[in-house]
Design a protein around this ligand. Structure first.
Ligand SMILES: [Zn+2]
Length: 227
């Protein structure tokens, strides 16, 4: 396949600079952006998220260089070339549809049976908690099946917020839903921060601006998580 040929050409070229022996690597349909490295004999073989198929040559080269140099020293962060691409509109437009297709539990809708995520965001904006800029390129959706363990999820790179349809019920107070939507939106606002705790001090400060957050959390633990 042409994409794998391009990948192997890039890998061979960069690996030879570091005297690394490589085997046949390939792009894989991973849900997240990642790679896995195997060693067979003394050859290094990589499996890489196929989102990188969409990356321009210089970005793929920078990514491959990171994979190769990670063999001797762990880089916690992507180089800026890769970062810029991951944070670009181009990345969202070309890769998010693929990511959504691979999500097994999303409805693709903001309108649920009893609640509307758009209305939830409107209420949060009226409260002054969410700003227009937080929603830049963001995609919100209900899950198609209830997830009781994880009531909300944010994929920061793909700017996707998924809210469990367990909250799409008259039995769940609106403010509990809004709290979860707010929590995930704070992740979007904070953006991609490799090496930082997801719920660090800064995050908590923002989250605590939501009134009755503790009550909402308790409601979720008592009524949803125990199922
Ligand atoms: Zn969180």
């Amino acid at each position: 396949m042409k994409d794998n040929e391009r990948l192997n050409r890039t890998i061979k070229e960069i690996a030879s600079k570091y005297n690394i022996e490589t085997g046949e690597s390939e792009f894989c349909k991973f849900t997240k952006i990642k790679y896995v490295r195997y060693v067979t004999g003394n050859r290094h073989v990589f499996k890489i998220s196929d989102y990188l198929v969409k990356a321009p040559d210089d970005v793929l080269e920078a990514y491959v260089e990171t994979m190769i140099t990670n063999i001797f020293r762990k880089n916690k962060y992507y180089p800026s070339k890769v970062m810029d691409w991951l944070l670009s509109d181009e990345f969202l437009i070309s890769c998010r549809p693929i990511r959504l297709q691979r999500s097994k539990n999303i409805s693709g809708n903001t309108v649920g049976k009893a609640r509307d995520l758009g209305e939830s965001l409107d209420r949060l904006m009226d409260m002054g908690l969410v700003e227009e800029s937080d929603l830049d390129g963001a995609y919100y959706t209900w899950t198609s099946r209830p997830n009781y363990r994880k009531v909300g999820e944010c994929d920061i790179l793909f700017r996707t917020v998924t809210i469990s349809c367990a909250l799409d019920s008259e039995k769940v107070p609106e403010k509990v839903l809004d709290y979860v939507v707010y929590h995930e939106t704070v992740h979007l606002r904070r953006g991609y921060r490799p090496g930082e705790a997801a719920h660090g001090r800064k995050f908590k400060e923002l989250e605590n601006l939501y009134p009755d957050g503790k009550w909402c959390n308790d409601f979720i633990s008592r009524n949803l998580r125990k199922k």
